[in-house]
Design a binder for this molecule. Sequence first.
Ligand code: PHE
Length: 451
Amino acid sequence: MGSFSSKIGVLLAAAGSAIGLGSIWKFPYVVGENGGGAFIILYVVCSLIFGLPLVMNDFMIGRLSGKSAYGAFRALSGTNRWQWLSWLLMATVTLLTGFYFVVTGWCFYYMVEAAKNTFAGMDAEALTDFFDAFGHQAPTMTAYAVFSIVLTAAVLWFDVSKGIERLSKILMPLLFVMLIVMAVHMALIDGGTTGLRFLFEPDFSKITPKVVLEAVGLSFFTLSVGLGILITYGSYMPKEQQETQHAQEENVVTTSVQMIALVLLVSLLAGMIVFPVVFACGFSPAEGPQLTFVTLPDVFQHMFCPTLISVSFFALMCVAAITSTISLMEVMVAFVHEASEDTRHPLNRHQSVILVALIQLVTNTLCILSMTGCVGGLTVVGKNLFDFANDLTTNILIPLGAMGVAVFTGWFVPKAKYHGSPAVSFLYMLMLRWIVPAVILVIFLESMNVI
Ligand code: PHE
């Protein structure tokens, strides 16, 4: 990817990568499973209080070291002792991408079915049955996931990420406008306010340690922290010679705040679209990972030109998903490429693309075989592989990775490397040294019933 040409380029690329299935697919169903309003407050608070220093920190690590997650810790600490953290982050990214393509495939499938007008006249029950039937068709689901992997690998192979970036600068704002129009429309349908009340009226009795952990995990997933992805983005930030370090740090703060604001907005809009129809049309809020997919076709039936709107929306959702898969795979390719240079068999970029794509083909296919029940008994701790990878990354590996990166900067990077204003650096260091690690640790222990 080289280096970004402008500040706005960094923001749009970081937002394009961060805004993805996490906000549109995962956010609504996790909110539904965790009881609505109170969970949303936790999610927003967590994104602002923990998300902000962590996003800034990833950018700073990348920017100061000029390296991706593979070399950044070594470059900043001057030792090899932190290499395990690079591997932990990359294992998390590999596992996350290992099911992310499955859901990207769902987006393409729904776009094609919307174009065939399949959903016309279907009610809540029919839409749920439709997804259930799809959920048992391993070949179809695999074909769409493979298509998404090949598409992403082709973008990296032919090095057209810049072109995609330019295209997404037009399409992502369009997605944003569509989300706003749909959210307003859904607020006005009969019975729509029940959904909004579910979203915005907190019931604090629903909060348990496990719910708090889910809010932390979801917040980090949607903000792309705890994965090392933004470290790589930070290393691509333009470094202008004449800029003081203070001005550069200000840019990091502004970019981080704007990126977080956009992610939160998109997530909340997705909730405001899905929940009015959940309550008005008789879906269950705790439907699970299929929630967004079963409800959206119903949402479109409440709008003008349902076919046109639904095809366009699913197409834009595919764009949001693909910009995320490109950044996920790009970072894995950069990692494999760099790591292989430390071995006796260095891989070139094209070989690295093939290796990463093959790994993704295997992991995503395994997830599909397990979730469709094709290979009986392919489960871990009683969960199919898709649910297992999804829950393990969101609720355990991502918070652990975030904690590792916070401890690294807080305790092991020489302070002289930072020159921010005293108040900002004091708060920033306080968060990274003490508050983020302590809170994540307590949440972990609480949710394991240790305390
Ligand atoms: N934040 C993305 C989402 O919400 C997931 C992601 C993480 C994408 C890291 C790219 C990099 O979908």
